[in-house]
Design a protein around this ligand. Structure first.
Ligand SMILES: O=C(O)CCC(=O)C(=O)O
Ligand SMILES: [Fe+2]
Length: 239
C-alpha cells in the first residue's frame, strides 16, 4: 500500500483556515500512542456500516422525520445500498434532525447514540466489527455512533476522563474530514490527519490524555463537503 510520506506538525502561528481541504493534509502521522489504518474497510463494507448506522439513528428519531425520509426514498425510487454511491446513502441535511450543540458545547450539528445491538437486516455487521479487535486492545468496550451534518464539527476537547478508559477508536465513514490533535502543554505540537471513509484510528494513553482532538468542518470539494459518520469504540473506565 503506497502512502504519502509527508508528516505535518503545524504551529498555531501558521494555522490555516480551520476547515477540511484535501490537498495539504497528510494521511500519516508520527504521533506516539496513535495508530491509523487508512483503508480497513472496502467500499461495499463501508456501505453496510453506513446503512446500518443510519438505520439505527433513524429509528430513534421523531415520526415526522421518518415519514419525510420515506417519501423521499419513494420519489428517488432507489434505497438499494448495493447499487448507489457511498455518499448517496445520506439524504440531504434537512431530512435529519441534527442538533445544533452538545451540552458541553463541543459538537456542532450532529446526531448520536449509544449502540448495544445492530439491525438484523445487516448480518455482516458482527464480522465487520470483529475486524476492529485486531486494532484495539482486547478489553470490554462501549460503542457509540456520531453523525455530523455537512456543516458539523467537533471542537478541540479531551474525552471525559471518567466516562471511558485509556483508548478511543474511531471508524470514519462518508465524507472525509481532518482530525486535528494538539498537545495541551505545547502549542507547537499539532498533528493533522485526513480521515477518508473506511479508515480507522486509535488514540491511546499519552495521546488520549495529553492531547486535545477535534474534527474540522468540511471543505467545499465533493470529497469533504458531505456528511460524516463515525463509529466510536472505547474501553471502559476502571476507576
Ligand atoms: O468522530 C470522531 O472521529 C471523533 C468523535 C469524538 O471526538 C467524540 O465523540 O468524543
Ligand atoms: Fe472525542
Amino acid at each position: 500500500m503506497a502512502l504519502p510520506s509527508l508528516s505535518r506538525h503545524l504551529t498555531y502561528g501558521t494555522r490555516r483556515v480551520m476547515s477540511t481541504a484535501v490537498s495539504n493534509v497528510t494521511t500519516r502521522t508520527t504521533l506516539k500512542d496513535f495508530s491509523f489504518i487508512p483503508n480497513l474497510f472496502s467500499e461495499s463494507e463501508q456501505k453496510i456500516l453506513i446503512s446500518s448506522s443510519l438505520q439505527k439513528l433513524d429509528s430513534a428519531e421523531r415520526r415526522e422525520f421518518r415519514r419525510r425520509r420515506k417519501e423521499y426514498f419513494k420519489q428517488r425510487s432507489t434505497d438499494d445500498a448495493s447499487s448507489s454511491h457511498l455518499n448517496d446513502l445520506f439524504l440531504p441535511d434537512n431530512f435529519y434532525s441534527f442538533e445544533e450543540g452538545h451540552y458541553d458545547g463541543v459538537i456542532r450539528n450532529y446526531r448520536e447514540m449509544h449502540v448495544s445491538s445492530w439491525p438484523e437486516e445487516y448480518p455482516e455487521m458482527p464480522s465487520l466489527l470483529d475486524r476492529l479487535k485486531s486494532v484495539h486492545p482486547d478489553e470490554p468496550t462501549q460503542t457509540h455512533i456520531l453523525h455530523l451534518a455537512s456543516d458539523g464539527e467537533i471542537l478541540p476537547h479531551i474525552d471525559n476522563l471518567q466516562a471511558s478508559g485509556s483508548w478511543i477508536l474511531g471508524v470514519s465513514l462518508g465524507s472525509s474530514r481532518i482530525l486535528r490533535i494538539e498537545n495541551v502543554d505545547d502549542p507547537t505540537d499539532v498533528h493533522e490527519l485526513m480521515l477518508p471513509s473506511g479508515s480507522v484510528y486509535l488514540q491511546r494513553d499519552s495521546t488520549r490524555y495529553s492531547y486535545k482532538h477535534s474534527i474540522l468542518k468540511g471543505g467545499t470539494d465533493p470529497e469533504t463537503s458531505g456528511q460524516r459518520l463515525s463509529i466510536m469504540i472505547r474501553n471502559l473506565f476502571r476507576g
